[in-house]
Design a binder for this molecule. Structure first.
Ligand SMILES: Cc1cc2nc3c(=O)[nH]c(=O)nc-3n(C[C@H](O)[C@H](O)[C@H](O)COP(=O)(O)OP(=O)(O)OC[C@H]3O[C@@H](n4cnc5c(N)ncnc54)[C@H](O)[C@@H]3O)c2cc1C
Length: 435
């Protein structure tokens, strides 16, 4: 069967939906459809924020760029065309309320705590805008020169195509990277997709001995272990400086294989292209300096260190860290049982380093199936950042996670999907009107 549209949108995630709605604002008469392999719209959006939908962040839009790991500058037009303020206004105008989480991270969630509420609103808006949703239609081929997309039993021919097919994470939601593969055969440069915002495996065994324990408000420094010399060869020799590439704050949880939790997920986005050349330094008490720690350790000299520090950490964590200190002090001091009065300066240094400079070595990230988002995708050089039109094929636009952009946790990734969707939709509809 052949169907004709003015604008065909591939992918009914937040980017594709917003592209349809913004195109409709510009052109009241255009024939617009959104095609998706799923029966319903926004399968991934439903899972976001643990089902509560952390749809944006409350920080000033200029701060967003600091939270984008790859290609932040590319987003300038998109984020200023449809900012976090615009998205919050859109949510309010749709009859939904939102709240800013009281967690120092300014995450904005739906007040109802139900992502389904937003999905219902988006569904209604698509219907009221006269945009056709063509579900259960997996696109298997593209002809970008004649602007046709093909499923097993449908050909859609369009004046303009917006590709918003997502990336490769959580493929059960329909975002399986299949369109990236098709694009790579059509002259597009695909930056290798890798996991981002993913839990990681850690080499050091002590980390894996305390699964399930979580720590709040820790600091993670991401270090690159070597720098490239002039011939491009990496060196890890001792005279090469370890470069700090990111400093992150938040919670972590220890797992059977390593660490997860918000701060660990953020760190993963900085090491995903060079795990073997990366290490992490953890400060479990960033708000306590050396003097304050010494005071606490010695607060009651006739007591043990676990007793003096018990308010700071979960029992099992402290026990495991102090066992590690025992190994390092080679029997000079029993960190679990000796009175803290007997702690020498040298052994305090061992404790200090373990609590405020613990070096750990990531060995792998969870695979794409379990990564919250994908880093990589269509090279931004193939796309005009002011309009999101392809630099290769006229009348083809791109939006959302499919593009080689990824951001940290905090609502930034959904904002990017909505903003790029908005800009692609407006650009496509204006181009159509002027043609
Ligand atoms: C568990 C989880 C929690 C998350 N939580 C948050 C959060 O709280 N805040 C935040 O900012 N971000 C969050 N994210 C990330 C965010 O959901 C994504 O960045 C966002 O959904 C990307 O939007 P998109 O429209 O580009 O792509 P997607 O939402 O992935 O949508 C793409 C659509 O294209 C369709 N499609 C793909 N290929 C084809 C094909 N061949 N034929 C037909 N249809 C196709 C898919 O079925 C899919 O519906 C989370 C992600 C996950 C997995």
């Amino acid at each position: 069967m052949l169907k004709n549209y003015d604008i065909a949108i591939l992918g009914a995630g937040p980017a594709g939906i917003m592209a349809g709605l913004s195109a409709r604002k510009i052109d009241k008469n255009a024939k617009i459809c959104i095609v998706d392999s799923n029966n319903n719209i926004a399968s991934k959006l439903r899972l976001t924020g643990g089902g509560r939908c952390n749809f944006t962040n409350n920080k000033d839009i200029s701060v967003f760029f600091d939270n984008v790991v790859r290609n932040s500058k590319f987003l300038y037009s998109a984020l200023y065309s449809f900012s976090n303020e615009d998205l919050k206004t859109f949510i309010k105008a749709s009859g939904l309320e939102y709240i800013v989480e009281d967690d120092n991270d300014d995450k904005v969630y739906l007040k109802s705590g139900k992502s389904m509420d937003l999905i219902e609103v988006l569904n209604l808006q698509l219907r009221n805008s006269g945009i056709d949703f063509i579900g259960k239609t997996k696109i298997k081929e593209l002809d970008l020169k004649s602007r046709k997309i093909f499923s097993d039993d449908l050909i859609i021919e369009a004046n303009t195509i917006i590709i918003a097919s997502g990336a490769c994470s959580y493929p059960q939601t329909g975002s399986d990277g299949s369109i990236m593969k098709l694009l790579s055969n059509k002259g597009y440069n695909i930056i290798k997709p890798v996991s981002a915002l993913a839990p990681m495996d850690i080499k050091e065994s002590w980390v894996k001995d305390i699964p399930g324990i979580s720590l709040q408000n820790i600091q993670i420094k991401v270090l690159k272990l070597g720098v490239k010399n002039k011939s491009g060869v990496k060196s890890n020799s001792q005279n090469v400086k370890h470069k700090k590439v990111a400093e992150l704050f938040g919670d972590i949880v220890f797992t059977h294989k390593g660490i997860g939790g918000p701060a660990a997920l953020k760190a993963s986005s900085y090491i995903n292209r060079d795990i073997s050349g990366s290490s992490l330094e953890l400060d479990f008490i960033p708000y306590i300096n050396r003097e304050a720690l010494l005071d606490m350790v010695k607060s009651n000299p006739k007591k043990t260190i676990p007793s003096n520090l018990k308010e700071l950490f979960p029992n099992n964590f402290l026990k495991r860290i102090l066992e590690k200190c025992n190994d390092e002090s080679e029997g000079q001091f029993d960190f679990l049982n000796d009175y803290s009065a007997n702690l020498s300066n040298k052994n305090f240094e061992i404790l200090y380093e373990s609590l405020k400079g613990a070096k750990i070595t990531p060995t792998a990230l969870a695979d794409l199936e379990r990564a919250t988002i994908t880093s990589g995708g269509i090279d931004v050089k193939n796309i005009n950042s002011s309009t999101l039109e392809s630099n290769i094929d006229p009348n083809i636009y791109f939006a959302g996670e499919l593009i080689d952009i990824d951001a940290l946790t905090g609502g930034y990734n959904l904002q990017i999907a909505f903003s790029t969707g908005y800009l692609a939709g407006v650009s496509a509809a204006e181009n159509l009107k002027n043609s």
